[in-house]
Ligand binder design. Structure first.
Ligand SMILES: [Zn+2]
Ligand SMILES: [Zn+2]
Ligand SMILES: [Zn+2]
Length: 328
């Protein structure tokens, strides 16, 4: 496949430039923008499709059982339910001024003041209701995020973690802690530094509902293809699939596709995913061993502890009204 040929060129090129880059690195003390500080935040090892550059990816089934949170559009009395699905759903709070985010700790019933658990971010938002302006004045927002597990079939660099002071973080044997960060292609700073590379990496992919819906649609479009007999002969009859070619209808889904993806700006307000070269295919042989250990979604995107929320959002809870809010 052409994409692997291109990657091979990149590996060769980075090997050739490695020595010169080592020299350059000694003069550089600037910490990386992607530096990891303190605890591993949930954005570490997450996938973000780029604009203008397609990545070859595949969604991986990662069954998780959890109580689905109320959506921001639900009313506070709506029911929540347990589900086992191949993705995860959670409420994220973004602080527009501090440009940081925390995960909601209000529980699945975060909107229901009688059933929610304490969340400082919810307290900041819901405590900011202004009766005159008829709106919340807090910079803290509320958004539903979906998280999928994705195999990114691109090049990755082993990048040392940098602490707040610009030093490489490591264990007491002097071995650095590292993260896998995708190669940026042309002009990649990690290539220039000659950092170790590998091809293919499993990441979590948090996304808004619009992207999630686009991906599910992509799968639906392939659901007339039967994985059992490899023919486009499946039909949905209201309550079951039937294959006109075999007795074991197995419709292809979004988890059976290899495809290229990037982000595209539709207009000033809207960005959508764009897909290319969507094909029903197995996991390429070379990546199968990567599927042995999948990320723990509930652990990675579970509630942010209250003390971490205070720190991230610079919030001092009032002693008596701590993390409670009036629901509007
Ligand atoms: Zn919350
Ligand atoms: Zn690179
Ligand atoms: Zn069939």
């Amino acid at each position: 496949m052409a994409v692997f040929g291109k990657n091979q060129d990149l590996i060769e090129r980075s090997r050739r430039t490695a020595d010169a880059a080592t020299m350059r690195r000694r003069q550089e003390v600037q910490p990386k923008a992607k530096a990891v500080r303190g605890i591993r935040p949930s954005w570490v090892d997450t996938y973000k499709p780029s604009e203008g550059k397609y990545d070859l990816v595949r969604l991986i089934r990662n069954p998780t059982t959890f109580v689905s949170p109320l959506e921001p559009s639900d009313d506070a009395g709506a029911e929540v339910y347990e589900e086992t699905v191949d993705w995860y759903k959670y409420i994220k709070h973004y602080h527009a001024t501090l440009k940081r985010s925390v995960n909601c700790s209000g529980g699945p019933q975060w909107k229901n003041k009688n059933a929610s658990t304490p969340c400082h971010a919810c307290a900041m938002r819901f405590g900011s209701w202004d009766d005159v302006q008829r709106k919340y004045t807090s910079p803290v927002g509320v958004a539903l995020e979906y998280v999928l597990t994705v195999l990114v079939m691109e090049l990755f660099h082993k990048v040392p973690q940098i602490d707040a002071a610009g030093n490489i973080r490591g264990n007491n044997k002097g071995e650095p802690y590292t993260d896998w960060v995708q190669c940026q292609g042309e002009g990649c700073e990690y290539c220039a530094e000659g950092l170790e590379m590998k091809e293919g990496h499993i990441q979590t992919w948090p996304m808004p509902k619009t992207f999630f819906a686009q991906l599910m649609d992509l799968g639906d479009k392939k659901s007339n293809f039967c994985l059992s007999c490899a023919k486009k002969t499946i039909k949905w009859f209201g309550n079951e699939y039937e294959c006109s070619n075999c007795d074991n209808p197995q419709p292809a889904s979004v988890f059976d596709l290899n495809f290229q993806v990037c982000k595209k700006k539709i207009n000033d307000k809207q960005t959508l995913l764009d897909f290319e070269e969507v094909e029903i295919a197995p996991v390429p042989e070379q990546y199968i061993s990567l599927l042995d250990s999948l990320p723990n979604m509930a652990q990675k995107f579970g509630p942010t502890a209250l003390d971490q929320q205070s720190k991230q959002f610079q919030y001092t809870p009032k002693p008596s009204t701590q993390a409670r809010f009036i629901n509007k």
